[in-house]
Design a protein around this ligand. Sequence first.
Ligand code: C5P
Length: 305
Amino acid sequence: MRLCETDSSLLLHAPAKLNLYLDVVGRRPDGYHELDTVMVSVGLYDTLEFRPLPSEAVELTGEVAGLGVGPCGGTLPPLSWGEENLVVKAARLMQQETGCRQGVAIRLVKRIPMQAGMGGGSSDAAAALVGLNRLWGLGLPGTELHRLAARLGSDVNLFLDSVPAALCRGRGEQIEPYSIPRPLDLLVVKPPGGLSTADVFRAWKTAGEGSPGSGHDMMKALTSGRLDQVASRLWNSLERPARQLSPDVARTVEFLRSTCGSGVLMTGSGTACFAVCRNRSQALAWGSRARQARLGQVFVLRTAT
Ligand code: C5P
């Protein structure tokens, strides 16, 4: 998360993530699923600009980049700018938990595709916690921000500390940060349709169906800088249910496998899919083929270091 401060406002850049490995270990008594997952931050950012308000109001405005305000295209529901938005929920939670009587106007520019499995909403919520802690002068320590983050969603903790990579367990909120020796170049394709995380987890049936190793093994491959080993250990237990729910996912994975080879995976609960590339020029070349195939939004990205 990158932060710029002026006299009158605070600007935060909230990154996207990709899951290089995601194994659903089992169902938990609280209805969530136990995960073993490896995530990396990538250089695609939403921006949030915070300005103080004299009242206790929390106002959220903004735009979906390239699409203007309102419905975001494809078959996705329109982004909510009201109380259901995770950014507004984060602000309300901070007011409730600290008794803070200050307000805020937040302008959000969304570039991270929604219902993509790229963590955009969670990253925005983490940016809201960090930004408001600063803007309102609350001085909450990291442990308290992590407690609030876990209440907002399973992926919010990942984004609080701006880690380049992490091995995540529990619901996804238990973070073990890592740095990676060399950046990864990635091609991401986001088909027009989206999937709800809850729907995909509900459609998941069986644990342990053939995952190659563990999150720990993937992290070893990633920290050794061995691209071939990263590519051979890619795994996502949610890909099968997501393919069943969305023909877009199947189409996108098949296109990427035929164009880019075996280092291809869906991220999170979908619907975005990615290919691990040898370098940026390969990512650009594959990216132009993906654009010609008109499968959806195409991003040539690099992991954040
Ligand atoms: O935690 P978050 O609000 O992001 O999760 C959205 C939904 O995804 C949850 O309500 C739950 O249905 C499902 N989920 C799950 N197991 C996880 C994470 C999410 O079942 N580890």
